[in-house]
Design a protein around this ligand. Sequence first.
Ligand code: CP
Length: 308
Amino acid sequence: MKWSRKDLLGIQELDGDEINLILDTAESFIEVSTREIKKVPTLRGKTVINLFYEASTRTRTSFEIAGKRLSADTINIAASTSSVVKGETLIDTAKNLEAMNPDLIVIRHSAAGAPHLLAGRLRQPIINAGDGAHEHPTQALLDLMTIRAKKGRIEGLKVAIVGDIAHSRVARSNIFALTKMGATVSVAGPATMLPRDIERLGVAAYSRIDAAIGDADVVMMLRIQTEREKHNIFPSLREYAQRFSLNARNIELARPDCIIMHPGPMNRGVEISPDMADGPRSVILDQVTNGVAVRMALLYLLTGGNES
Ligand code: CP
């Protein structure tokens, strides 16, 4: 199968074959990161711009590493140190970057739809590195890759996603990805963190963590997105932790061989106890490792790597 899209804007528009192509391509790149010389010439002469309007550790760094391991020239732009602080608009910034003739632009922005806006206005491929509470497609793809590596399949698995579902682009992209690939998804969180019509996305919704994680093969915990909440939507962090934290007691409700995931950054002691984050079931750092391979695959595919 050939990759045919100009951009990667979300999981919602992808089909299962496209997702499998990305995962298979990512698996073929895993080995590069284990070499002593972690570099292949695949994207030599290509230029990738990482344009980040929001803070990031994992996504920005792994896109930069992914580009460098493929021999692309990678340029990082943080809005806080760019002419954005002088009032330049997103489109003006993007058109000026386009004028320098890069081969691909990665963008993270607090506004849902910002990558779509650029995709319609720029000739370069655009990758969505997270847009507001809308989608974080590369996170969902690295999560699928991690699940497939640890469980051997995605179809038929029971996946529980717990926490701030309403403000989480990770939850939305994962719900789209997991249901397309045949997993059963349950979500749990306080009523103020569950969208009213969440079942329309094909998931079961619960107000208690215990109900969601029963017999789960995969437990995915989410950070409370305080930066996206307009009001206090729960009484206190302590109360939230008492009701929704993953801990040594409630993990016993999941399958004994379940894996524990978290996209990071974690609030230890709030949504996840340290013994769960660091324990033998945790695959949280495997997710980060796989993030480099998934982003290598996307840079490769979107710059025309599998066309010949
Ligand atoms: N998971 C994730 O997107 O982490 P960063 O915000 O650090 O990129």
